[in-house]
Design a protein around this ligand. Structure first.
Ligand code: BEZ
Length: 215
């Protein structure tokens, strides 16, 4: 008989599941950590592995950019706190990069299970490479999942956070490959009057429903 693993997949728009965890910066309650700031919660399969080392170093070297965007980082893997501390120490000694954000020691997988980070077709004892961008209200706003053998793109993670914050601030949407500083999409009009107004506007327009402006 196939073993049943309780492994819900959180969805965009859901409240981020709360949890208590032991991390490399002490014990924490996620909802407290999330209070008043964006959080990027991300998992990696295992400490002392090559792809994970490059990714964690990527987060660490761009940590100030995330801080400038009012965003905290928190990593996770199904390893002990001792393995995490040893790995942090090892990478610091070898490369000078300090993983200066909490990394959850999720040995019993209680956080990984809540966030659908275990994908049994890929691995039953290691988390895949998940990224959850969670807003200051504790709502999951964006999710990425990568397999064990493909590292994530840090530029895209930064861009995605910037895009979400821009969309919220200016009530706009962002087109394909949007980069900060480029034009944004104005929401389509929802009345004939608004449509007529739009036709008189100085927006860059393909048609009334696809209009861009500078912000
Ligand atoms: C890595 O980080 O290199 C890795 C970890 C688990 C499986 C495959 C690769």
């Amino acid at each position: 008989m196939e073993e049943h693993i309780e492994n819900p997949m959180p969805r965009i728009g859901d409240k981020a599941p709360d949890f208590k965890a032991t991390t490399t910066y002490g014990d924490l309650v996620f909802s407290e950590y999330n209070k008043g700031s964006w959080v990027i919660l991300f998992s990696h399969p295992a400490d002392f592995t090559p792809v994970c080392t490059t990714e964690m170093s990527g987060f660490a070297t761009r940590h100030n950019e995330f801080k400038d965007m009012n965003c905290k980082l928190i990593g996770l893997s199904i390893d002990s706190i001792h393995a995490h501390v040893a790995w942090v120490n090892n990478v610091k000694k070898n490369t000078g990069v300090l993983f200066d954000f909490p990394i959850i020691a999720d040995l019993d997988m209680h956080v990984a299970m809540k966030y659908g980070m275990i994908m049994p077709g890929e691995a039953t004892t290691a988390a895949v490479r998940a990224v959850f961008i969670i807003d200051p209200n504790g709502i999951i706003r964006l999710i990425m999942y990568y397999p064990l053998n493909v590292g994530r793109n840090m530029d895209e993670i930064v861009r995605a956070l910037k895009a979400l914050q821009t969309a919220d601030k200016h009530k706009v949407a962002l087109p394909l490959n949007w980069q900060p500083g480029e034009k944004v999409i104005v929401p389509p009009p929802t009345s004939v009057e608004a449509m007529e107004e739009r036709e008189k506007s100085d927006f860059e327009m393909v048609d009334f429903y696809l209009a861009k402006k500078n912000i």
